[in-house]
Design a protein around this ligand. Structure first.
Ligand code: B12
Ligand code: SF4
Length: 561
């Protein structure tokens, strides 16, 4: 039965009463203060949207940072009939703690866990979380809706498909064929303990990836055929986020955003036609971009493109089953610089079989391609990946690792080579960063080739400011304002520049324009508040909002005992 048919059947069944659902997330304790770790997962937003569309009340809560007393008080106050926790490998322990507290506070509630960790390691999770009633396997929308429909109709929910019970799994559900069925997180958004609606600027527009890298759980979790939301639903989501929260910067977090050429071109056309003028970033594979796609993306506001390049050695790429080679990497990275976006690359080291000369090849790749941002991570083994299965089968991962080690990750190699490689690649990336900024000649070439493109002006303006050339920078922003008066970014950048030059009244006038175009824009509101506070200082927004921490993925590795 297709996803649509299942859903239609569920609709026909019709609910009697509507059980209330509370969906929870928490960062691990060690990540309470970490901006990335405390993001509410996008998936919970989709689940809420699906329930909302079908008339089931649902709230989200981000319990990161809350102590036991506060969590218990909150849950006792809510008393939902169903409580679900989004569980990843990195927050598995905290998620079990939440389930224990949920059982204490709401003894009659059905307690669920979903997400990659319980989907791939159900047995361990059930043993570790005695309070847990069931795991929702993989994609959660249809199974959760089915469970709620059963509860509402007084049917035994344990018979519903798509679940894993302590006794074993119920029949599987096919993936949703039409991703638009779930709507978008913004549609029914209601969340507690989430003070920054900017989190909604992380968008997910597809599921699955055509590749089968052996260190990644996407192929197993989402499958190798990619499903896409329609371009219209994506642009509608962006428009609503701008209307309701003033958001004008977005991060497409699809695994392989550019997987389908025709779809990307159609989406870019729609974004341009929408008159929203967003800036955004995305990520993809080096073998799935070409000049036409990249140019269309830049014209639609893409200012930062990240690639999972992983390594500079062909031999190591083969060890990872990456399915790309150095030719792909050089071609894609060179093309991004030619088109003129900020360029980011993800790298992995600490790979079994990796030698020092391979690490040097990766360093050469950084030097040759001059990325603006480099993220180096040690290879971690996650459940649901082929490497994890292989290590387990070979007895190289202790069966109890995920039970006794708190929220720690399993690294493929813990040795001096990996430490040295992490530090070396980070140092090379740091040194290269200064050379990454586009030169005046490169900007001139981009302009001659593409004609007017707001992203070029904004990046060129930033580079001019950094070079101490405020008049040139102002001219870049002024051109954006003249040619695209509906583009909030020209005003925002000029406001910052003017404020820096002490032209406070003009700066505030520009901010007012931003707020007229995108009411509630968080950057403009924050800056206005800072500037109106006596002696307040601007923190200097960059057009590029993507990750900037070179060592991000390495921190926990280097900090381990
Ligand atoms: C976007 C993303 C991020 C964003 C998060 C932004 C956000 N607001 O969500 C950022 C960049 C911040 C991020 C950071 C990190 N991420 Co990340 N991230 C992803 C990515 C690429 C997409 C997630 C996504 O949105 N998917 C789409 C939505 C619809 O799916 P979903 O959230 O999984 O939810 C669905 C199901 O899982 C299920 N479900 C989930 N929870 C629940 C709960 C219930 C009750 C039910 C019924 C169902 C259910 O139903 C949902 C709807 O279908 C995934 C890879 C992937 N393709 O999934 C990695 C991934 C989730 N990240 C991962 C990791 C390791 C991290 C970091 C630890 C990296 C680091 N070292 O800092 C941090 C952790 C911080 C955090 N809070 O997540 C791993 C997790 C592996 C694991 N087994 O735990 C993944 C799987 C990547 C990978 N293949 O290795 N990440
Ligand atoms: S690492 Fe990236 S390219 Fe490889 S399978 Fe995972 S999502 Fe796809």
């Amino acid at each position: 039965m297709s996803g649509d048919e299942v859903l239609n059947k569920m609709r026909e069944a019709g609910p009697m009463t509507r059980p209330a659902t509370l969906l929870l997330y928490s960062a691990p304790k060690s990540g309470f203060g970490d901006e990335w770790m405390t993001f509410l997962p996008i998936g919970l937003g989709f689940l809420q949207a699906m329930l909302g569309r079908n008339g089931f009340p649902c709230r989200l809560a981000n319990l990161s940072g809350l102590g036991r007393k506060e969590v218990l008080a909150y849950l006792k106050g809510q008393q939902p009939q169903v409580i679900g926790v989004s569980m990843f490998t990195f927050n598995r322990k905290r998620s079990c703690d939440l389930l224990r507290m949920a059982r204490e506070a709401c003894p009659g509630a059905v307690l669920l866990a979903g997400g990659p960790h319980p989907t791939h390691l159900a047995g361990e999770v059930f043993e570790d979380c005695p309070a847990l009633d069931a795991i929702v396997k993989g994609e959660g929308e249809l199974p959760l809706l089915g469970l709620l429909r059963a509860l509402a109709a007084g049917r035994p929910w344990r018979l519903e498909p798509g679940l894993i019970l302590r006794e074993g799994p119920t029949p599987s559900l096919p993936p949703m064929e039409d991703l638009d069925l779930a709507g978008a997180p913004v549609d029914h958004f209601a969340a507690d303990f989430l003070d920054d609606p900017g989190q909604l600027s992380y968008l997910s527009t597809s599921r699955g990836c055509p590749a089968t890298c052996n260190f990644c759980n996407t192929p197993e979790f989402w499958g190798s055929s990619v499903r896409f939301r329609s371009p219209a639903s994506v642009v509608r989501e962006m428009g609503l986020l701008r209307e309701r929260y003033g958001l004008t910067y977005f991060s497409f977090r699809d695994d392989t955003f550019t997987a389908n050429r025709g779809r990307i071109l159609a989406l870019m056309d729609l974004i341009r036609d929408s008159g929203q003028y967003p800036l955004w970033n995305c990520q993809s594979r080096v073998n799935l971009v070409d000049e036409e796609r990249l140019v269309a993306m830049k014209r639609a506001g893409c200012e930062f493109m990240q690639f999972g390049v992983e390594h500079g050695s062909e031999r190591v790429l083969q060890l990872l089953d990456k399915g790309t080679n150095m030719k792909h990497a050089h071609r894609a990275l060179t093309l991004v610089r030619k088109v003129g976006m900020n360029l980011g690359i993800y790298l992995i080291t600490g790979i079994p079989g990796e030698r020092w000369e391979d690490v040097e090849l990766t360093a050469d790749l950084i030097r040759a391609t001059r990325p603006h941002d480099v993220q180096v991570s040690p290879l971690a083994l996650y459940p649901g990946t082929r490497l994890f299965d292989q290590y387990r089968a070979e007895g190289r991962i202790d069966r109890d690792f995920f039970r006794g080690a708190g929220d720690a990750e399993v690294f493929a190699r813990v040795d001096a080579h990996t430490e040295k490689a992490l530090r070396h690649l980070a140092a090379v990336a740091d040194r290269t960063r200064a050379k990454a900024v586009y030169s005046p000649r490169e900007f001139a070439e981009q302009k001659a080739w593409l004609g007017f493109c707001a992203v070029t002006n904004l990046l060129c303006g930033e580079a001019a400011e950094e070079a101490g050339l405020p008049l040139e920078a102002e001219a870049e922003y002024a051109e954006v304002i003249r040619l695209e008066p509906g583009n909030a970014w020209g005003f925002l950048k000029r406001a910052l520049l003017r404020r820096k030059a002490g032209r406070k009244a003009e700066a505030l006038a520009d901010l007012a324009e931003v707020l007229a175009l995108a009411p509630g824009n968080p950057e403009a509101l924050e800056l206005a508040a800072q500037w109106q506070a006596k002696g307040g200082r601007s923190r200097g927004w960059q057009a590029s909002h993507g990750p900037k921490a070179v060592m991000k993925g390495s921190e926990s590795y280097l900090a381990r005992d």
